[in-house]
Design a protein around this ligand. Structure first.
Ligand code: CTP
Length: 138
């Protein structure tokens, strides 16, 4: 039984997220996803989300690649989670390359290639452009 863990905000759930989760799950048997809470996003990552935490959790729970969803509330919890859930592989997209290498003492660390040309930020920007266009036309 190989356990994988990954973390993220997963706002406006998109195909880049699905690809990451699918590839992460394919590395083992059980995939745990740590979802950043709204407070953690705001206070630590400087991000505001469109979709609230509870809804992001529900969406991830309904994804067939995901076995368990837990809240991500601090940067420090990763070591605790790895030990608590007996994690074998810690996975992140390669935008985080090298950033979590210190976890190699506790588990294998894998950075997977990101899906090109899609992100929550890009979707938010597209929504803002459409909304501005709509205002200009009305
Ligand atoms: N991810 C990915 N490919 C993408 C977008 C995200 O593989 N095109 C991965 C990230 O590398 C991370 C996980 O999905 O491991 C969750 O990323 P998250 O930050 O929630 O998604 P982004 O779309 O990158 O969000 P933002 O634009 O707010 O940074």
């Amino acid at each position: 039984m190989k356990t994988i863990i990954t973390y993220g905000t997963f706002d406006l759930f998109h195909v880049g997220h699905v690809n990451l989760l699918q590839r992460a799950k394919a590395l083992g048997d059980r995939l745990i996803v740590g979802v950043s809470t709204d407070e953690f996003n705001l206070n630590e990552k400087g991000k505001t989300t469109i979709v609230p935490f509870e809804h992001r959790v529900t969406v991830l729970q309904s994804c067939r690649h995901v076995d368990l969803v837990v809240p991500e509330q601090s940067w420090r919890q990763k070591v605790d989670d790895i030990q608590k859930y007996q994690v074998d592989i810690f996975v992140m997209g390669d935008d985080w390359s090298g950033k979590f290498d210190d976890l190699k003492t506790f588990s294998e660390v894998v950075y997977l290639p990101r899906t090109k040309n899609i992100s929550s930020t890009a979707l938010k920007q597209a929504m803002a452009v459409l909304s501005q266009l709509h205002q200009e036309l009305n």
